[in-house]
Design a protein around this ligand. Structure first.
Ligand code: PLP
Length: 393
């Protein structure tokens, strides 16, 4: 008996699709529609008073729901729009003009993060990226060796988006701190499926978003900053919500707030925050440890079946090194993915990696078999060929 399957009725899309894509877009909880109605009702009936009656506090209040999932304390997480904005805010706290100006990362970090790091090369930053040697893992020894006294920031993805490889945040954080550097972890591919505790790890910054395992939809990212760093950091990417007295509308430089609002900028994306809440509540209610146990069982089963089918595996076989997704590389993977979607099997494809398949807490065991069988059938019958012409879109 899998008690987590009780949750299926809370996710309408599970009634008519085999939903194996929570690493990309988690299924929408039924109650999210009520939350969005709540937002509309609030605006419609309370008008401008809505700010005082809830909206103003939402970036922190809802941040606390995420905080519980990632082990942050109350008031230590603030809601933003996405990871890219959070990374930009973090970088804007740093000064790259001295000898300590290195950013150490992995070339398998999410490309958007790397675009942002490259952009600060103009300000003197030196970006060092460590390559994967096998197309799946990131060599920890090379990462540790790259972090030295000239390193200002270490930036790592906890779970690599294209291979589901789990990085050792503990060792990376210890090394960063040993040489006087700070560390930011992108938790997008871990939070909600793989346990993480930002305070136990002693991370300086953490960021992630709601679109995937947290089932919160687009437009809601989060930023954690270690409390004892707050006073020393003054983001250049800022705005009036980060001011100590926003409603004084003072002229002059920002007098930064003493709390986590110091890391906000302008008006928050209130509708997206409403949309995100239900997913966070559900993940908290279930608990990530339980989700992880099920994920281990189901990804292991998927891998066994993929191997039996002769598919090339592009993720770690060792369960301790693997997040919630499995990746298989089959010929014409992109077209196969399109054909799967046409048949209501939802997965995705990443160039150079393959087809990403992810069960979540709401996945039935039989759906694992159905997915692998459908891929086999599509390959054997050549059914993917009919979509070759449209794939470029
Ligand atoms: C590890 C990781 N970081 C970041 C993102 C997305 O960044 P953003 O929130 O800026 O869209 C993704 C996926 O879209 C991801 O997998």
């Amino acid at each position: 008996m899998d008690e987590l399957l009780e949750w299926r009725k809370e996710f309408p899309i599970l009634d008519n699709t085999v939903y194996m894509i929570s690493h990309s877009l988690g299924a929408m909880p039924r109650r999210t529609r009520d939350r969005l109605n709540e937002y509309a009702d609030m605006w419609a009936t309370r008008g401008i008073r809505a700010w005082d009656e809830g909206w103003w506090e939402m970036p922190r209040g809802v941040g606390d729901l995420v905080g519980k999932i990632i082990g942050a304390g109350a008031g230590e997480v603030v809601m933003h729009q996405n990871v890219s904005v959070c990374q930009s805010i973090i970088l804007s706290c740093l000064d790259f003009s001295s000898k300590r100006n290195k950013i150490v990362s992995e070339s398998f970090n999410f490309p958007s993060n790397l675009y942002i790091y490259h952009a600060v090369e103009r300000q003197g930053a030196r970006l060092i990226t460590v390559d994967s040697e096998d197309g799946i893992t990131v060599p920890i020894d090379k990462m540790l060796a790259a972090i030295d006294e000239e390193t200002l920031l270490v930036s790592v993805s906890h779970v690599i988006f294209r291979s589901a490889y789990v990085q050792d945040l503990q060792r990376l954080t210890e090394r960063a701190h040993e040489v006087g550097a700070m560390i930011v972890a992108d938790l997008y591919q871990s939070a909600g499926t793989y346990p993480v505790n930002v305070r136990e790890l002693n991370l300086d910054f953490a960021t992630g978003g709601s679109v995937k395992w947290l089932c919160g939809g687009p437009g809601a990212g989060y930023l954690y900053v270690r409390r004892d760093l707050w006073q020393s950091l003054e983001p250049a990417v800022t705005g009036w919500l980060a001011h100590k007295r926003p409603f004084a509308f003072e002229i002059g430089a920002n007098d930064y707030a003493d709390d986590i609002y110091r890391f906000l900028h302008g008006s928050p994306a209130i509708p997206a925050i409403y949309a995100a809440m239900s997913g966070y509540e559900i993940i908290n209610e279930i608990g990530v440890e339980k989700i992880r146990q099920k994920s281990i069982r189901q990804t292991t089963r998927l891998l066994e079946m993929a191997e039996e089918a002769g598919f090339k595996i592009n993720c770690p076989r060792n369960v301790e090194e693997r997040g919630g997704t499995i990746i298989i590389d089959v010929p014409n993977g992109q077209q196969v993915t399109q054909e799967l979607s046409r048949r209501d099997f939802l997965v995705d494809f990443r160039p150079g990696a393959g087809i990403r398949i992810a069960p979540h807490f709401y996945t039935k065991d039989e759906e694992l078999e159905l997915t692998i069988r459908e891929i086999k059938t599509i390959l054997e019958t050549g059914a993917y060929k009919q979509h070759s012409a449209t794939v470029a879109h």
